[in-house]
Design a binder for this molecule. Sequence first.
Ligand code: F6R
Length: 240
Amino acid sequence: MDVRIFNSADELADAAAQLFIETINQKNDAVLGLATGASPVPTYKRLIEAYKAGKVSFKDVKTFNLDEYCDLPKNDRNSYYTFMHEQLFDHVDIKEENVNFLDGNAADWQAESKRYSEAMAKVGGIDIQLLGIGTNGHIGFNEPADEFTDESFKVTLTQSTIDSNQKYFGDTPMPRYALTMGIGSIMRAKKILLIATGESKAKAIAGMLSGEVTPRLPASVLNNHADAVIMLDKAAASII
Ligand code: F6R
C-alpha cells in the first residue's frame, strides 16, 4: 500500500482531488467509485472548484456509489442519493444517466446486487474507487465479520455505525439496514484511494497497516490490492 501522510485535512483533500482530476483527464469516460460520509466532502468541494475553473469535466464520467440505506425513499434528505447530488453531482456537468446507485428499496436485494455488478462490468469496471473507513474498520458498509463478502449485499448495520451516523437523522431513528458493494466488488477496482482524517480513525488505520488481513477489520483487505493509495492526516496516522 502506498501510504501518504499530510499535515492537514485540507492538504489531503487537495491531493485526493488531484488524483481524481488526473484520472479523469487521462480518461474522459473514467468510471469512479464514490463514497459518502464526512471524509470525502472536502475532496468533492475541490472537484467542484476544479470543474468551475475548467480544469476537469464530468461530461462522460460514470459513477457507482458504494452503498445506500434501505427503507428510505430515494429522495429522502438523508439518502446517499441526495447526499451525492448535494455534495457533487448538482454542481458539475455529470449526466444523471451516468450516475449509479444501489436501490435500497429493491424488493429483491439479490437481483439488485446482480444488476449492479452487471452494470459495473458493462462499463469495464471501476477505474478508481474512493473509500472512507469506519471507526470499526468498515469499508462501504462491510462491517467486521467472519468472512469477506464478494458482490453487493444487504447488511445489518452495527451499533458502532449507528452511533456514528445517527447524528444526521436527528430524532428520527436511522435505518438499520443498507445495501453495500461487497469486498470483492471494491477489490475489483483498478485503483483504490482510502482517505482518513482525525483521531477517531487512528486505531482502525493502525490495525489496517499492521499487515494482518482479516474480515474482523474489513479495510485490512486492501493489503492485497495491487494499487491502493492510503491518504491520512497526522491525527489518523498518529499511532501507526
Ligand atoms: C460511505 C461509506 C462508509 C464511510 C465510513 C466513514 O459511503 O461507505 O464506509 O466511508 O463510515 O464515514 P465518515 O467519512 O463519515 O467518517
